[in-house]
Design a binder for this molecule. Structure first.
Ligand code: PHE
Ligand code: ZN
Length: 882
């Protein structure tokens, strides 16, 4: 009955890349800005590639063409054609100037791509979003990242309605016009691709700071926001200054314009955007103040501010040749941000957080039908490739390269990369070549990592020869499942390792035949399908600590006993690997419960954590993480016929066993001790206490429901800031506490005027576990504050439900799937990018148990049969069904 989904054509291929036939040397843009209609005049100085003989073709979408002139002459209708989002113009020569004038409709732009309105018609402001292909929604242009041009931008608008006019580059004059209008001009001295163009116009307030770069440039830093938000920008300003200093010190990268603008908007499809000289942020990644921002969000703001700033070199000065190279800027910039955040905060906690994200978001992506290489070979809609694979796995690849070269070697390589590619549009090959040549080493074997999808498995097996005092570690790699059966070259897999005695001490390492490789910890690189590494002078049978710091993005398969994992959990000095041992042990404990087998791992896990719980030397935040078993999504990755509701209840039981082992009394005492230290400070120790306090309360609730809810209600009432308040609210919601109605009501009133705080009110309820979640979501959809037009609000309710609440979303009756499918149709008509991203929640449906699988399939097939789905959504749905 249902039409078969059309397989969206994978129309664009890396192998088809051709250099542009026409370039644009300079662009003069003139904007007459208005909410309903804006007019854009563009003057392009054209350069023709003499080696190519192609007509002039410019991209343009939804543009109302008002006039077109070539070299000063109005073109007759026969001299150009505008069809299929391409404008073809006859008669252009090298050095010609093409001038077009078009009309746009910002207020009608709900896709938030191109020029659009943020907020209300009366009070909102205008802004642009061009990455990846938004510039073609603003004017006719060769809208591809390998066309670099110098921009001169003039903005004109009514002064009362648009008092602030901003564009990227340095300011070059401003003044009055007739009729209450005014103008401002900006010149960007650095040639850039069109995706980095931006403008902002409206009523905005600012905070300012003067900054002098290491190489002596005076820069004005300005952060802009609407009046009710400007007081929440100070933390971002501090983070920006820290980022700028860090990039000077760590990479020798200095800022290169006289002003740096940052703008906050509540209407944004992504986290933030690195437009040259004019970064634009989703408010949730910029605004911060204790009363409405959690500790995790503070760190996120710092990270995103840094990320966007770091793009000024890794992305803007050196950009991407084409969108297949997206990870060249994104993987590298995520890695740079991770290093920065590790330096500013706790390095092991940052690593745990990043690896947990990789496992939660990237591993499932890489294991299902949406899997793609870090450098994809083809796509239909580029906006669907801003993925965990391109970002997070891409960052892991850079981390491996950095590890292979060492600190100084990597810096040398990066210096070479920036110097050689400055002002160019580069490729992954350029990156590997620069790093390799600066270190006289060949990194091309790592290119294979960029070209294949799937998470490799690393098998490790150790053998101790007591007579010869030798320990042989056998490492082998393989790629499981359906990622092609053709023979693949082995990947280079760096394995950082140490060996522990049964007492938890590290053994000195002597790697046979490699005299240079000694110490307590070293890196071996598995370069073949299988390899033996022999360690000599090993006094006792060791326990290996492998992949320390998560030295490669693989799944480790090692036949540890529960006792060995418990030993590492107790003694490993690598904070990440200590946590990792605990995660592995917890997963085994989970399997004990699931399979009803002897609870050896469960016992070992609980015993080890009980000891750590009483160990005053351990950091509170690390302890909180150690007390948290792998999440439901991660546990599901280990199953073949997934029943998310069963996983949820088994995981609850697992935590209950842990809570029983720790004991209600000890939990209560610990909670009380932490409450006694409650502050609103943001330092690491205060944050760590809040984190542990939350975890202890969650565990206590599994033993003493009413008592814990009582404490949570008190914590809610007395919370000095959002971290404690939201944690308490979450405990009340998830435990269906008697006090929850009053708390939700209070929160709603207290934060009624704060959209970001309200988002959390929606999200916490969308994560109500199990059957009741769906009705709650439906009810919240009728809340006056809910709208499909705001991406953050969609994310906070629907996103939190379908992505962060497996036991609520995956109902046996399939109602969760049908709800998602219905909302996707409505959302797609407004905002295809956001719809497509939400639709990835269907990923993995093939591995559900049969009844849910069938229900999910039916919902997806029905959705796929809808007429007029966007290319964005159609591509995701088509791939997911495969
Ligand atoms: N380039 C942005 C970043 O990662 C992300 C982004 C992509 C924003 C596309 C908007 C649109 O920093
Ligand atoms: Zn980025």
């Amino acid at each position: 009955m249902h039409a078969l989904p059309q397989q969206p054509s994978a129309s664009i291929r890396l192998s088809d890349y051709r250099a542009p036939a026409w370039r644009v040397e300079t662009v003069e843009l003139d904007f007459d800005l208005g909410i309903d209609a804006s007019e854009v005049t563009a003057g392009l100085l054209l350069r023709r590639d003499p080696a190519q003989d192609a007509p002039l073709r410019l991209d343009g979408e939804n543009l109302q063409l008002l006039s077109i002139r070539l070299d000063g002459r109005q073109l007759p209708a026969t001299a150009y054609r505008y069809a299929g989002n391409v404008l073809e113009v006859d008669g252009a020569r090298d050095g010609s100037v093409l001038e077009t004038r078009v009309r746009l409709r910002p207020a009608a732009n709900t896709a938030l791509e191109g020029l659009y309105l943020s907020g209300s018609r009366e009070a909102g402001f205008l802004l642009t979003q061009c990455e990846a292909e938004g510039f073609r929604h603003i004017t006719f242009f060769p809208d591809r990242p390998d066309v670099l041009s110098s921009y001169t931008v003039t903005l004109r608008a009514d002064r009362a309605r648009f008092p602030v006019l901003l564009a990227g580059g340095n300011p070059d004059g401003a003044g009055e016009l007739e009729g209450g209008r005014h103008w401002a001009r900006f010149i960007d001295p650095h040639p850039k691709p069109s995706y980095l163009f931006a403008l902002v116009a409206g009523r905005l307030e600012k905070i300012e700071r003067d900054y002098v770069t290491a190489d002596g440039r005076a820069v004005q830093l300005k952060i802009w926001a609407e009046a009710d938000a400007i007081d929440r920008c100070h933390y971002a300003m501090d983070a920006l200054e820290r980022s700028m200093r860090w990039d000077e010190q760590a990479y020798g990268c200095n800022y290169d314009l006289d002003v740096f603008h940052v703008v906050a908007t509540h209407d944004f499809n992504m986290g933030a955007m690195e437009n040259k000289g004019l970064n634009i942020f989703n408010a949730k990644c910029l605004l911060a103040e204790p009363d409405s921002t959690t500790d995790d969000e503070y760190r996120h703001v710092e990270a995103v501010v840094a990320h966007e700033y770091f793009h000024n070199w890794s992305g803007n000065r050196v950009t991407c040749r084409d969108w297949f190279q997206l990870s060249l800027k994104e993987g590298l910039t995520v890695f740079r941000e991770q290093s920065f955040s590790a330096d500013m905060n706790s390095a092991p906690l940052k690593r745990i957080e990043d690896v947990a994200l990789l496992r939660r978001a990237q591993f499932p992506e890489d294991a299902g039908p949406l899997a793609h290489p870090v450098r994809p070979a083809q796509y239909s809609e580029i906006n669907n490739f801003y993925t965990a694979t391109v970002y997070e796995k891409g960052a892991e690849l850079v981390r491996m390269l950095a590890g292979a070269l060492g600190r100084d070697g990597f810096r040398r390589g990066m210096d070479r990369y920036f110097a050689r590619n400055d002002g160019r549009a580069a490729t992954i090959e350029d990156f590997l070549a620069a790093l390799g040549e600066a270190n006289r080493t060949d990194l091309t074997p790592y290119l294979a990592w960029y070209g294949q999808a799937g998470t490799p498995r690393l098998k490790a097996h150790g053998h101790y020869d007591a007579a010869r005092h030798e320990y042989t570690l056998t490492l082998a790699q393989h790629m499981p499942g359906n990622h092609g059966t053709e023979a693949r070259p082995p990947l280079p897999i760096p394995v950082k390792l140490a060996l522990f005695t049964p007492h938890g001490d590290m053994l000195p390492l002597h790697l046979d035949g490699q005299t240079s490789k000694t110490g307590n910890e070293l890196v071996v690189v598995l370069a073949q399908a299988e390899q033996n590494f022999v360690f000599t002078n090993v006094a006792t049978a060791p326990v290996p600590s492998l992949l320390r710091g998560f030295s490669a993005p693989v799944i480790l398969e090692c036949d540890y006993t529960p006792d060995e994992l418990a030993l590492l959990l107790a003694h490993d000095v690598d904070g990440f690997n200590r946590w990792e041992a605990g995660q592995q042990l917890a997963a085994r404990a989970y399997e004990d419960l699931r399979d009803g087998t002897a609870a050896i791992a469960l016992q070992a896990w609980c015993d080890a954590l009980a000891k750590l719980f009483d160990n005053a030397a351990i950091d509170d935040a690390l302890l909180a993480d150690l007390l948290t078993p792998p999440g439901e999504v991660e546990l599901a990755e280990r199953e073949s016929a997934i029943d998310p509701q069963r996983i949820h209840s088994l995981r609850q039981t697992l935590q209950q066993r842990l809570a029983e082992r720790l004991g209600a009394l000890a939990l209560r005492q610990r909670y009380a001790a932490l409450v006694a230290h409650t502050t609103i400070e943001l330092d690491a120790i205060s944050q760590a206490r809040r984190r542990l306090k939350r975890r202890v309360l969650e565990l206590l609730a599994l033993l003493d429901h009413d008592g814990a809810c009582e404490l949570a209600a008190g914590q809610y009432r007395d919370a000095p800031g959002m971290t404690d308040r939201l944690a308490a609210l979450a405990v009340l919601v998830r435990n269906d506490a008697a006090q929850v109605g009053a708390a939700l009501h209070d929160y709603r009133e207290r934060h009624a005027d704060n959209a970001l705080a309200l988002d959390k009110w929606f999200a916490v309820q969308a994560q109500l576990p199990g059957e009741p979640a769906l009705d709650r979501v439906r009810a919240l959809e009728h809340d006056a504050a809910f709208t499909l037009k705001n991406p953050n609000r969609v994310q906070s309710l629907l996103g939190a439900f379908v992505r962060n609440n497996p036991s609520g979303f995956h109902r046996l009756d399939g109602a969760g799937y049908r709800l998602l499918a219905e909302r996707l149709v409505a959302l797609d008509a407004l905002n295809p990018q956001v719809a497509a991203r939400l639709a990835t929640a269907f990923n993995g449906w093939q591995r559900l148990e049969p009844q849910r699988r069938e229900a999910a399939r039916a919902a997806i097939v029905e959705l796929a049969g809808h007429r007029g789905l966007s290319r964005n959504l159609a591509e995701i749905i088509g791939s997911v069904l495969n």
